[in-house]
Design a protein around this ligand. Sequence first.
Ligand code: ADP
Ligand code: MG
Length: 587
Amino acid sequence: MHITRAKLTAFVPYMLILAVITILPMTGNDYRALIGTRAAIYWILIAGLNLIVGYAGQLAIGYVALFALGSYTASILAAGTVTPEIPPALALLAGAGVGAVFGVVVGLPALRLRTFYFAMSTLGFATIVTQVALGWQNVTGGGIGLSGPSLPAPFDTAWGLYWLCVGLAVVFTLITANVAASRFGRALIATRDAEVAAEACGISKPQLLVSVFLFAGAAAGLAGGLFASLQTYITPDAFTFDLSLLFFISVLIGGRGSILGPLLGTILLTLLPEIAAPLAAWSTFVYAGLLLLIVLAMPGGIAALLDRESRKALPSGRAIVPQHDALQELLGGKRLQQRLQMSGILLKFGELRAIDGLDLSVEPGEVHGLIGPNGSGKTTTLNVISGYYRPQEGSLTLGGETLPAAKPVKRAARGICRTFQTPRIIGEETALENVMIGGTLAGRASFVEALLALPRARADERQIKATAMGALRAVGLDSLADIRADRLQHSELRFLEIARALMLHPRLLLLDEPAAGLSVQEILRLGALIKAISREGVAVLLVEHHADLIFDVCDRVTVLNLGRVLAHGTPAEIRVHKEVVSAYLGA
Ligand code: ADP
Ligand code: MG
């Protein structure tokens, strides 16, 4: 394996933390064991929460609920007041199980509710859990509480428990880092920053989020059980809103899409009240202040402060030079060649007939131009084909088979791929990672295999990465592979989107104004690239305003006006078509 210096320096902070973890017990101070154990327990929960808040961008602010559920489950089962007494280790696992189940229950609203409303729903759940803990006295002990599971030797001493929790914290660091580095981690970020593009790449958000909610819930439940052991006694007021805020803000000060940042955030927020004891009484105030500070002064969190890669100078005088041999390698081989047929498609927005009885076919190996004035329904046509809109009338078939209605994720799997009129790119990810999003469906390993970085998951990564490098070469962006996408020029983003679409081995490629914002030379290269893609047997539907590009590369052209076909024919026919010239092309 090739290890770069950047990769080595990325390990340094983890090594320092490990060093502190190892040195701490040598001080023999039991109070430090308590703080260290607490930080480790918090991190087990926050490591899971990080995937939800930092990676998927879901504002889960009430995670203390799952922590409390794990705590109570483990304590009740270990105490044996309700059920036969259960060994503490099993009780902890049961706490994790209950956490996982309720993790999904708390998480499901995220599939329907937007940010703020989802945040409120998690908070509501936290209130319910506290109320139940208070009210269900014969099980939970009500306000008086109950004792936590007491673990067997060697975990029954302060340092024994410390090592157990720190060990588990290390494990959770590793497995969340594994997920983050896998296609699942990239898919989470894609649903966060470019949801529509994620769908177009075949990423099913519900399926993905459920896996992550299960995992994060289990982590929270396990952490809760360990917390009960640490506290030796739990009452409902151990699980305050402040604690929930601590979890949430640890991720935020850490920074989105990072493992190290939230880890440092957790350590910082656990230590803060200890170092500055008077602050403890002011914790809500301090957290609110920190939150404001992060939002205003450092939206990227600790991770952004540590990120030096993205401040390096970019290669100057760069040009986009597509490599046709790489394209052949990427798309070569036998491809199922399929024809797209749209018949009598009607799509209304209220009373507006955006598409009004459209017939259109695109043959494999053909570049079909779709032109027309602004608002004539070109983008809407692409949205119907890629499954974002469900037409009120008409049929849509690919290779003679009717396409499943209005499911972008399913269309991507059938090889219908697209770019967007405004590029939908993840700015915080590198060019290579953006293209790798397109390879999500190519992976074979399950979420659990990715968690553990099992051989199949590692093979997936190698293969997706190699294909993505090929796709970058094919569109001429390989020299920018490691550059964050938000540093690229607009024209480069257009080619980047094509590379991402090529990752899906398209049968039908939909391009929405790919030449907008490109220089004359870039348009020529784009034209050659589109031609080359179609020569590999791909059907290409090209929406464009640049008449030169359309007439250069298209085999057939359809002209839309007010959602209807105004004209249809070869470029030579369209160029001289009377109505088209007067309505659209101009004299
Ligand atoms: P263009 O040919 O410029 O790509 P569009 O397909 O974007 O045109 O739009 C076609 C018509 O449909 C326009 O009148 C536009 O205002 C309308 N339209 C597009 N999307 C929507 C929407 N989501 N809701 C309502 N009207 C829409
Ligand atoms: Mg448009």
